[in-house]
Design a protein around this ligand. Structure first.
Ligand SMILES: *[C@@H]1O[C@H](CO)[C@@H](O)[C@H](O)[C@H]1NC(C)=O
Ligand SMILES: *[C@@H]1O[C@H](CO)[C@@H](O)[C@H](O)[C@H]1NC(C)=O
Length: 315
């Protein structure tokens, strides 16, 4: 038993003098954290010690991101960069929860964080990474031209901003058929690192559906928001008064009065024809007496001609 004890002792010494003190102090961190833009983010790390370490005391804590110190506790001093603090409100050297709190998460906070701890019983280091997400805002859709008629091509424009990471805008018609292939998307990153997505969908005249939906999908392919654009019934006959200029207001009565005049003239013309015909009727018997057709010649056998050009002679 004694020899095993001695062996363990020397093994412990070996580990202590090695590059880590894993046997005594371990900084255990959550592997990855997804933080919401504009919210607090908690990067969890806890100092763990082996059972033989009684009442450990922390001497140094250093939180760094890509080499840049964010929070350093050394002795009694605690010097955080603005926006960073210990997650435990009244943290002290006996508190093994050394988690870091980021007050207002921004895109620039993405990255790998390292936490180094030195205690009176050994040192340890842990690391964690932060990913940032921001939800896209409800899209807005505009059409160009604003008024859609049957004989123009149309472009629909969909915009959604305030999201992160880069997402996608997709188009669907009222039958849920996807039209994204006919569209072109642009993603612009604003100063804050958030994305502004803009998609243009080209529609050809004569093949325009009545409803188009633009959906914004986040980087993991989940739908976040959507907006629907309804095409106002594109009628070929859009001369319905109100939308036309003042000229039409003069034009309309002119048409009405004009057609009345034409109607009256027509009526007059018909009336005159009738009265002329009536007069002629009274004269026809006289005229027919004078106009006698020749007696038909039955030998030629041309029956059709006979009726029109000759008279059957009384037998
Ligand atoms: C560390 O402290 C934070 C803030 O109080 C708390 O939310 C978290 O759960 C603590 N972690 C552990 C492992 O106790
Ligand atoms: C996408 O949205 C889903 C559902 O809201 C969410 O669980 C996921 O974390 C989001 N992913 C990103 C990268 O924003």
């Amino acid at each position: 038993m004694a020899s095993i004890g001695i062996l363990l002792f020397f093994t412990a010494i070996y580990i202590r003098t090695g590059n880590t003190n894993a046997g005594f102090v371990n900084v255990k961190c959550q592997a990855e954290k997804v933080g919401q833009y504009g919210q607090q983010s908690l990067l969890q790390c806890v100092v763990e010690t082996t059972q033989d370490v009684v009442n450990p005391e922390i001497r140094v804590v250093t939180w760094k991101k890509e080499g840049r110190p964010l929070l350093v506790f050394h002795g009694e001093k605690n010097k955080p960069q603005p926006g960073y603090s210990f997650a435990e409100p009244s943290w002290n050297k006996r508190n093994m929860n050394v988690s870091l709190l980021i007050t207002n998460t921004a895109v620039e906070h993405e990255g790998v964080y390292k936490c180094t701890v030195m205690t009176d019983s050994g040192d340890g280091e842990g690391s964690t990474s932060l990913k940032v997400t921001a939800k896209y805002n409800k899209p807005t859709i505009h059409s160009n031209p604003e008024k859609i008629t049957l004989n123009t091509d149309v472009t629909l424009m969909c915009n959604s901003d305030g999201g992160y990471p880069k997402g996608q805008l997709r188009w669907f018609d009222e039958h849920n058929t996807e039209w994204t292939k006919s569209s072109e998307m642009e993603a612009k990153q604003t100063e804050s690192g958030l994305f502004n997505l803009c998609s243009k969908l080209s529609l050809l005249k004569g093949s325009i559906f009545t409803k188009y939906t633009c959906k914004v999908f986040n980087a993991s392919g989940d739908k976040e928001e959507e907006a629907t654009f309804e095409v106002q019934n594109p009628t070929p006959d859009h001369y319905t008064g109100e939308e036309l200029g003042p000229a039409s207001k003069i034009f309309a009565p002119v048409v009405v009065i004009g057609s009345l005049i034409v109607g009256l003239l027509l009526a007059l013309l018909i009336y005159r024809r009738r009265s002329q015909q009536a007069r002629r009727h009274s004269t026809t018997p006289l005229m027919s007496d004078h106009r006698e057709l020749p007696i038909c010649d039955y030998d030629d056998g041309d029956h059709q001609e006979r009726d029109k050009t000759c008279q059957v002679s009384p037998v």
